[in-house]
Design a binder for this molecule. Structure first.
Ligand SMILES: [Mn+2]
Length: 263
C-alpha cells in the first residue's frame, strides 16, 4: 500500500487534482495525507475544502489531514487582533471571495476543521506536522511551533524520528537532518530509502508559481512527483507579518484590544 503526502495546496485545487492523476492515486488501495494550508492565497479554497470534506466522509480510514496555520487562523480569527491582521495580509481575501462565489461562509467550517484536522499525524515509520518540530513527541512542542514556525527549515536543528513537513516554500523538496547545516535538496522520480531522522519539507510553493509536490511512501522507500503551478500569487504584504506581531504585542495595543473585545 502506498501513502501519498501532499503539502501546502492554498486553493490550488486544479493542480491538486492533476497531481493525484499524475501519481495515479487510487482511493481504494492508497492512503492520502494532506499537510494543511488547504486554503487562502490561491483561487479555489472553497472547492478544495469541499473536496476534503467529501473525501474524509467517504474514506475516513485512509484519508488524513493535519492543520496548517491558515486553518488555525480561521479557527482563531475572532480571538486576537494580530491573528486577524496577519490573516488579512496572507491571503484571507482569496478564500473569502472563493466561498462568497458559492454563497457560503468559511466560519461554518470551523467545527469540521477542529474535528478532522488534528495538529499532527503519527504513522508507521514517519510522522507529519505542518510547520516545524523540536521535540520528537509532538505533544511536547507548542502549538505555535508545530503549526506556524519556520525554524526547522531555517535552522535545521531537529534530528529526531523522520517527520514530513510543509509550510516553508522551497525551490525543491529538502531533507533537514538536524545537523544545523543547509538541507539537502531531493531529486524527483528516484525511488530511495526514507531517511530515519530529521524532517523532509515538501512545500514547493505552488501558489507562488512553484510546484505542488507529492511524496509517495511504500515499504520504507519514497519517491517524489510534482505538477507545475498554474497560478502565481504575488504576496508582498506577508513581509509585514513580523511588524504586525510586534505592533500587536505593544502593551498599549494589547490593552486597547482586550477592552474593545470585551465590549
Ligand atoms: Mn503554512
Amino acid at each position: 500500500m502506498r501513502t501519498i503526502i501532499v503539502g501546502d495546496i492554498h486553493g490550488c485545487y486544479r493542480e491538486f487534482i492533476s497531481l493525484l492523476k499524475k501519481v495515479r492515486y487510487r482511493s481504494r488501495t492508497d492512503r492520502l495525507i494532506l499537510l494543511g494550508d488547504l486554503m487562502d492565497r490561491g483561487p479555489k479554497s472553497y472547492e478544495m475544502l469541499r473536496w476534503a470534506m467529501h473525501w474524509k466522509k467517504k474514506y475516513p480510514d485512509t484519508f488524513f489531514l493535519i492543520r496548517g496555520n491558515h486553518e488555525q487562523m480561521l479557527v482563531e480569527q475572532s480571538k486576537a487582533l494580530d491573528t486577524r491582521l496577519i490573516w488579512r495580509v496572507v491571503g484571507k481575501g482569496a478564500s473569502l471571495r472563493s466561498f462568497r462565489r458559492h454563497g457560503d461562509k468559511m466560519t461554518r467550517y470551523i467545527p469540521w476543521i477542529l474535528k478532522n484536522m488534528p495538529i499532527y499525524h503519527i504513522d508507521e515509520g514517519f510522522r507529519c506536522v505542518h510547520a516545524s518540530i523540536e521535540r520528537e513527541n509532538p505533544e511536547e512542542n507548542s502549538l505555535g511551533l508545530l503549526v506556524k514556525d519556520h525554524s526547522q527549515a531555517r535552522k535545521n536543528l531537529y534530528g529526531g524520528k523522520i517527520t514530513i513537513i510543509g509550510h516553508t516554500p522551497l525551490p525543491e523538496p529538502t531533507h533537514y537532518d538536524g545537523s544545523g547545516g543547509p538541507g539537502i535538496e531531493l531529486d524527483y522520480h528516484v525511488r530511495q530509502p526514507l531517511p530515519d531522522h530529521g524532517t523532509i519539507c515538501i512545500d514547493t510553493g505552488c501558489v507562488f508559481g512553484g510546484k505542488l509536490t507529492a511524496m509517495i511512501i511504500r515499504d520504507g522507500m519514497y519517491e517524489l512527483e510534482s505538477v507545475e503551478s498554474g497560478v502565481h500569487v504575488v504576496n508582498k504584504a506577508h513581509q509585514y507579518v513580523g511588524y504586525i506581531r510586534k505592533f500587536c504585542s505593544l502593551p498599549v495595543v494589547r490593552e486597547f484590544c482586550s477592552g474593545s473585545e470585551s465590549r
